[in-house]
Design a protein. Structure first.
Length: 401
């Protein structure tokens, strides 16, 4: 089992504004539309990393505050026959909060191919794309309107947990009550600009005070929250253009010169969008990554980590908080009312699916990082994010709304 964020680390961030800055403890993890100017967290360590595991796809090395190592959890017992009787001949819909073609959609489709054989009753799995609100529409719908029996799951952006914590509008779910099935990997955020944008480094961008337009799915997601906080904490001037339906549309806007850049997870660009950063189709370069240490990857050579540019404890605190959801990227959930036996059966199915040779092979071919967390682990991390000190949340609320 992998280590996860300790409550002590999160609580310590509440003291960031009044205590001398202390260097984070790094560790290598064992893994459109209307323009809005981003107004541009602390508490969570910025840990963008992927595990090193047998037959695991290549992943980046990124920093974080050192997590607590926990003993391996004993699989929960459940009534396998009862679960099999329910799921037999059923269709389970995985409701993805983005349009087809993005990283979340791609991962859901890879899992779709292997999960059913590990679920008692072997139901049919179907993907349903429901973009909107940076994936908020999907999780709101599953929480409130879809069947509460385990046949409707949501795949969405982990950043929405932070949106709930700050009291952002549009959140119609309680992350503390959602039943978390699993997450696929840990990562860092990053921002990139077009090669012809005339920007060499983020330091140059900060010093010049130049405004740069970046595409976004919408408020609350990884395409919006990090650049908004970078603006407040570092002095960048990313002008965030919201409304793109998903990662594919967001990146197409960069390729078509509708905007000058974009922000997303680092694993997205090292996986499904390598062509944007190397070879004859290269059009963009990374200028900033989240976290406390640079990422060891050819796409990030010489690129600073955001926390190293922060001048105050408050700025470092905000940057760490916005990176916290990177610990449980591409999560899947079911509503609170789903019977416990079914939840446990689904969690064990995910555990096995992530080790399935077919899934591993697909992830390697797609250059997708695999550093999963179990549903139990994700639940704990979510509770820690929701327990972020009120003073930090109040500052983030000002920035992200």
């Amino acid at each position: 089992m992998r280590g996860i964020l300790p409550i002590s680390v999160l609580a310590s961030l509440a003291l960031a504004a009044c205590a001398p800055a202390a260097p984070p403890s790094p560790t290598a993890a064992p893994p459109k539309p209307a323009a809005t100017t981003a107004p541009a967290p602390t508490t969570a360590p910025a840990k963008p990393a992927a595990t090193t595991a047998p037959a695991k796809p290549a992943a980046t090395t990124a920093p974080a505050a050192k997590p607590t190592e926990l003993p391996a959890a004993k699989p929960a017992e459940f009534d396998e026959k009862a679960v099999a009787d329910f799921f037999k001949s059923k269709t389970v819909r995985i409701i993805v909060g983005y349009a087809p073609g993005g990283a979340t959609d791609t991962n859901a489709r890879m899992l779709q191919k292997v999960l059913a054989k590990y679920i008692p009753g072997n139901p049919t799995l179907a993907i349903e794309n429901k973009p909107g609100g940076g994936s908020m529409l999907a999780v709101n719908t599953v929480y409130n309107s879809e069947p509460k029996d385990g046949t409707a799951w949501a795949a969405f952006d982990a950043q929405l947990v932070l949106q709930q914590a700050i009291g952002a509008p549009g959140v119609q779910f309680d992350a503390g009550k959602l039943q978390w099935l699993a997450s696929s990997y840990e990562t860092a955020s990053m921002c990139a600009v077009r090669l012809d944008a005339g920007i060499n480094t983020v330091q140059e961008l900060i010093q010049s005070g130049r405004e740069v337009t970046v595409s976004s799915f919408g408020k609350g997601g990884v395409s919006y929250n990090p650049p908004a906080v970078f603006n407040a904490a570092l002095g960048t001037k990313f002008k965030i253009v919201t409304g793109y339906e998903g990662g594919a549309a967001q990146r197409l806007a960069v390729k078509n010169k509708e905007v000058e850049g974009f922000c997303t997870t680092f694993e997205t660009i090292t996986g499904i969008e390598r062509g944007m950063f190397e070879g004859p189709t290269a059009v963009a370069k990374v200028i900033l990554v989240g976290g406390s240490k640079p990422i060891e990857h050819r796409f990030a050579q010489g690129v600073p980590a955001a926390e190293t540019l922060a001048r105050t404890d408050e700025a470092r605190a905000m940057l760490r908080a916005v990176e916290a959801p990177g610990f449980f990227n591409q999560p899947m959930v079911v509503p609170p009312e789903v019977p416990r036996d079914r939840v446990q059966a689904l969690r064990r199915a995910f555990d096995k699916a992530y080790k399935d040779p077919e899934y591993i092979d697909a992830a390697q071919k797609a250059q997708q990082a695999v550093s999963p967390h179990t549903g139990e682990e994700v639940t704990r991390i979510v509770q820690e994010v929701l327990g972020t000190p009120p003073a930090v949340l109040a500052k983030l609320k000002e920035i992200l709304e």
